[in-house]
Ligand binder design. Sequence first.
Ligand SMILES: C[S@@+](CC[C@H](N)C(=O)[O-])C[C@H]1O[C@@H](n2cnc3c(N)ncnc32)[C@H](O)[C@@H]1O
Length: 213
Amino acid sequence: MTRPRADLDVSSVLLEPERFPPDAPLSWPDLFGDGRPILVEVGSGKGLFLVNAGLQRPEFGCFGIELAKKYARLAAERAVKSGVTNVRMWPADAGALLARRIPEASVREVHVYFPDPWWKKRHKKRRVFNQTLVASILRVLEPNGELHVATDVEEYHGVIRELLAGEPRFAEIDPPPLNDPEHDHDYLTNFERKYRIEGRPVYRSSYRLTATP
Ligand SMILES: C[S@@+](CC[C@H](N)C(=O)[O-])C[C@H]1O[C@@H](n2cnc3c(N)ncnc32)[C@H](O)[C@@H]1O
């Protein structure tokens, strides 16, 4: 298990929610500078996808939301070590932020990779990908913005697809092609690496928000 490194200064990446006015909308220009398209990842884990996205698309502002403070810190450390400058980590719950504080129609891409499946029936209500999240994603995406989802759980993938099929503004598109990995960091996410190495299936879906309701 990777341990956070207390000696590494991650203050340029790891945001402190308590320093932001409570419930105030986030300002993308304050976080990334003016005029950048914004990519949001829900549940960034250790940040492999987010940091690769920042490196590959320097014109974007890449904003990761990760509930587990330890993982948010590890993702921030990955960003600092990589030298990427357009990545920020928000170490808190994605739900409230997406529902209210991320400005409406301000996000070019939302990515949700390997959300916790919460297998037990009585725990399924804890799943992050639910009707409320769909409503929030609809709220924050720009016209023609994209949603990308992956999971190893066929049943959860079915639930996600059903939720999105119920919203006519989402048009399904082909998921981006997967890398042919040469190195550990060539995978989409840490969980994708683990499951592909184990030979387990990965279910992916992508959508574009149509410009008109
Ligand atoms: C199974 S892990 C996947 C991590 C990463 N996306 C990957 O594929 O390697 C799910 C992550 O979502 C985070 N998470 C769960 N609920 C969340 C929430 N409400 N807001 C933000 N992150 C959340 C968990 O802490 C965990 O790190």
